[in-house]
Structures are given as C-alpha cells and as structure tokens.
Design a protein around this ligand. Sequence first.
Ligand code: ADP
Ligand code: MG
Length: 461
Amino acid sequence: MENLWERSLPLFQQSMKDSTFDRWVRPIRFGRLEGERMYLQVPSVFFKDYLQEGFLDLFQNKIYESFAERYQIVLEVAADDPARAGNGHNPAQSTAPSRPPQPVPPHRNPSAARERVIGNRLSPRYVFENFVVGKSNDFAHAACRAVADNPHRNDYNPLFIFGGVGLGKTHLVNAIGNRILDQHPNLRIVYVSSENFTNEVVSSIQHHKMEEFKKKYRRDCDILLIDDIQFIAGKETTQEEFFHTFEELHHQGKQIVVTSDKPAREIGGLEERLKSRLDWGLSVDIQPPELETRIAILRRKAETFGFNMGDDVADFLATYCGNNMRELEGSLNRVMAYCELSQRPASLELVQELFQHAVAERNRKPTIENIQKLVAEQFNVKISDIKGPRKHKIVALPRQVAMFLCRKLTGASFPEIGEKFGGRDHSTVIYACEKIDNAMKQDLNLRHRLQTIEQALNHPA
Ligand code: ADP
Ligand code: MG
C-alpha cells in the first residue's frame, strides 16, 4: 500500500519549483513510522542538513493540512552514503592545494592625475575595462562610454543612470571619471556622492563659505559626477544649491552625470523642477543582471584574485548567492576566505555547504502575505487597502500588481488569490494579471517597480 509520504508527494510538487522538487524531494525514501514519528531516508549528510534548515516545517505542515495527521519528521542518512560517518566532505579533496587569494594590483592612473579630481576620489578599480556588459546593462554602458569619450559633445546632458542596489551605477560613474582623466587631461572633474554634497552645503552655510562652494561646483568644474542623487530628497537647501549648480553647468555646456536608485520621476521629496531637469538629457536604467552576466562578472572578479573556481561553483554562486553584484561579491569573498583558511579547493560541495541557508531561502516560494506587504510598502499604501473594497486608482494599481506577482511567484490558483484579496472573484484576478502583464510592456517605471519588489522577495526575475 502506498504510504503517507508517497501520497504527499504531489502536494509538495505543487508547492515548489520542479527543479527544487527533483533535486531535494524526489531522492527522499520513506523509512518507517514509529508512533508520531515518520522516518525518512536521505542520500547524504549535506542533504540532511539542508532539508533540516529549510524544508522540515514545510513537509510537516503540508502533511497535516492534507491528511490531518501530525507527524514529526526525522531524517536519516541512508546506510550507503559514503560520507555518512564523516563531516560530509569528500576526504580525497580536502588535501588538494588551494591557491590563496592575491590582492588586485590597483592604480591604473598615476596619482598626479587623480589630484585633478575634486571631491571624493575616484576609485581606480572601477573602469570600463573590467565592467562586464550583458543584456541588463548594455545600454547604460554604451551611454556612459559615449559620454566618457566625448565629454564636450553634450549629446546626453545630463546623463541619468538609475537602477537597484549593487547593479554597477557607482562602477560606471567612476569609469566615466577615470576615462576622462586618462583622455582629457585638461578637464576638471568633480565627483561627489549626494550625501557629501549635502554635507558640504550645510557646512559651507555654517562657516560662511558659500562662495568657495559655488566656485568649486559652478566655476572650477568641467564634469560633474553625482552619485546616488536620491539622498537629497526632502533636503530643501541642498536641492536649491543643486538646482543652481545644474543650471549653471548645463548652460555652459558642461557634462553632468547623475545616478539614482530609481527613475527621477519617482524620487519622492524631490522638487518638480529638478525631476524635469534630470529628464532633459538621456535616462538609462540598469536591470538586475541575468544569470549569464552574473556568472561572467563572478569569473572576472575571481580571476583578478587569481582564484580558481570551476563552472559548477560559479554557476551555483550566481544562482543562489545574491541578487545583485554586491551580494555576489560578498559571497565570492566568503568562499575565497574559507578556501584559504581551510586549505580546501573551491568545490561545489564546499559552496553548497557554506550557503545552505541561501539555497533554502531562494527555493522557498514567497507567500501571498509577503507579496502584499512588500507591494504595499513600494506603493505607499496600507495592506488593508490592498485587500479592501476601494476602487480608486491609488489602491487599484498596487492591488493588481500584488495579484500579478502572487500568480507569478507563488503558484497559487486564481480563486486562491482572489480569496486572499478580500474574497474577490477569480475573474478579477485574471483581469488584473493580464492588465499588469500588458502595462509592463509599455511602462518602464512600472517594470522597474516590479523588479524592485521581486528582488526584495529574493526572486530576481
Ligand atoms: P551600485 O552603485 O549600483 O549600488 P556598484 O557600482 O557599487 O553598485 O556595484 C557593486 C559591485 O559590483 C562593485 O564592486 C562593482 O564593481 C560590481 N559590479 C556591478 N556590475 C558589474 C559589472 N557589470 N561588471 C563588473 N563588476 C560589476
Ligand atoms: Mg552606488
């Protein structure tokens, strides 16, 4: 007779990705029942640890939900696992030599040239040569190259680069500065984060040094690079100064490059006249990198450290260990440090072990409640509005977005989703999904907002 475990399998299959199911659930064998305990056999210690972290609750709850039987699940490593007695590593690999990370040789540009940069120092590590171009950033990259190669042309002024955290904005804006340093020795570059710009405004006012401030930003500047402009939101005096700086430089045909974490129009607390000016030139966005680009960037980074890693390791890290490049770099650093300290090579087994949590997190589907919460935050409405009856556009759009994401990410059916949105009919959910799907094809801002939410849900598109 089919046992309870086998009868539950289709339920698990429905609630997770096929690849997750094949990898983590299918290999499990039913062992035995002892009172309230259900013993299951898994193929390895790693497998056991991994399931224990991420899946046990899910299994127990699903079985309870479906069969009203509450079992405590106990995992056992099947007797034929070679690593069973040990720590789960293949001992043959642990003595293999590992190559310790080597520091990157920095400083392409002679330091004399760097003195020409006013404000923050440009990072010599961020240059076009080591920026990996893929579908997600090729347009932004091309625009930055064009500006860096022809800073006098003024074709794209200002150049406005926007995109989520860790996607390469700071890298690109530095690359522009570095390239101009190399190729246009006479141009004076001012590079500053908008936070430092704000601090300077404040301290210049306090110490009666506004004249110096104006000289620096308006007269002694040929290229203005401002990183993370969103931070001047809500700061009136700083915005006023930025506005006049902008006007003056733009009028003189001086190139301005600005980065932001969102489109100018969506920066809350930014004056209208600034929003419109930031839109005057060319606006380019950077999207989260696709898997291939993530792998390529990781490889490039590993190479600069002289660090050896196989395709399987790069693939694993790019898949599970970070949605943006900053997180991925952090993961790579962790692997390099670990390999060095433990004198082990970077094997797939090792990274799987190091990042068990990340894998579990990535494979767990977001819940409808989670999605509602994040969408409400992103659109600045209440969760009760999203579930409630109001039909006004201000709440209808986020509601439709939330429905769309629930359908896309949770695998819940239309009626199930309708139920969780204040008992709406399934046809309303279908309509919402179609509407958002269409709207995204035309509306760049909407697409960007959805991406931000998906990223926050740890499910990059
Ligand atoms: P942002 O400013 O958008 O938050 P950063 O420019 O600081 O992101 O990028 C985070 C890290 O990822 C940096 O170390 C950067 O060099 C790296 N990075 C991001 N995109 C790329 C890319 N396309 N190629 C190479 N490195 C990248
Ligand atoms: Mg940045």
